[in-house]
Design a protein around this ligand. Structure first.
Ligand SMILES: [Zn+2]
Length: 303
């Protein structure tokens, strides 16, 4: 049984993820803190506040979904709404790595009527969420749902209900100050087939009294304690220890050089002679790559 821990004042938590299942097998839960990785994304992509809130929620959603749906592979999310941010792309793996970007990172919108960053308007309330799951074997599984609100949490919930036909609760949040990301994280609770009406009532009741995720984080509540609070009334067993999370991209010098192989010998020679180098930028992490003249000529000679 996970108990509540005492609340401490304003502790900055390390990123991590925890999975758990209720002893009666009716509920599966995954909970994560993502403050550091969202801050890395903010700095790498020079995100506006609105874009940080939106991409932060999407990165958190990816991190939470990956261990639920992708096992040894990865999950890719594409939010394609009609809002000014354009598309949002996220790749996440159950190993705890995630990367992502937003098409228009500079877009800033006024706060909504609740005083929150207007993620729904920024992503757009009309459009699609595309989810691609690669299990690491066989072909990828693709599915698409219409956006529910563009607020990310509701959209992911719609995807889960659509794909699994089970009820779920999705919470994703990003708390920002002028200094950057103060707290980010979220949780997914899935009702498994043997759940009862009482299970649903208890979960609904727990959500009502849970409080704001990022507020609890900033008060230093641990993942175990937050899980204990959201699953009050259930006996819960963590399936794993808290596992670390990180923003990590797959790009590298080698991959950039590999990508240059689509060019013809003549193209490579032209790049070397006219530009003196080839340069490129990784969309996912905003890292710049350069290949100098000699290397380009070497590549051309190898063709
Ligand atoms: Zn990259």
């Amino acid at each position: 049984m996970i108990g509540l821990e005492p609340v401490l004042d304003y502790v900055r938590m390390k990123d991590g993820i925890l999975k758990a299942i209720s002893a009666d097998g009716t509920i599966r839960a995954v909970i994560a803190t993502t403050t550091e990785l969202v801050e890395v994304a903010r700095q790498r992509h020079q995100l506006s506040f609105t874009a940080t809130a939106a991409l932060g929620r999407a990165l958190t959603a990816g991190v939470l979904l990956a261990p639920l749906v992708a096992r040894d592979g990865q999950v890719a999310l594409k939010f394609q709404g009609d809002g000014p941010l354009g598309k949002i792309f996220v790749d996440a793996s159950p190993k705890g790595t995630v990367r992502g970007y937003v098409q228009n990172p500079e877009i800033e919108l006024p706060l909504n009527s609740l005083g929150n960053f207007d993620v729904g308007a920024a992503i757009g309330k009309t459009g699609y969420l595309h989810v691609t799951i690669d299990h690491g074997f066989g072909g990828p599984q693709m599915s698409t749902v219409e956006l529910a609100t563009g607020e990310v949490g509701e959209d992911i919930n719609r995807y889960l209900v659509n794909s699994d036909q089970t009820g779920s609760v999705v919470v994703v949040g990003t708390h920002l100050s002028k200094n950057g990301v103060e707290a980010a994280g979220g949780l997914i609770i899935q009702l498994l087939p043997d759940h009862t009406e009482e299970t649903i009532c208890q979960i609904e009741n727990n959500i009502t009294t849970f409080g704001a995720f990022t507020f609890l984080m900033r008060r230093g509540m641990s993942l175990e304690a937050m899980l204990g609070r959201i699953l009050t009334g259930f006996e819960v067993t963590p399936l794993t220890e808290v596992k670390p999370l990180a923003f990590r991209c797959k790009c590298s010098d080698e991959r950039f050089v590999e990508a240059l192989k689509v060019f013809t010998k003549q193209d490579l020679i032209s790049m070397a002679e006219e530009d003196g180098q080839a340069e490129g930028r990784c969309h996912f992490c905003n890292e710049f790559y350069y290949v100098g003249k000699e290397r380009l000529l070497d590549l051309a000679r190898g063709r």
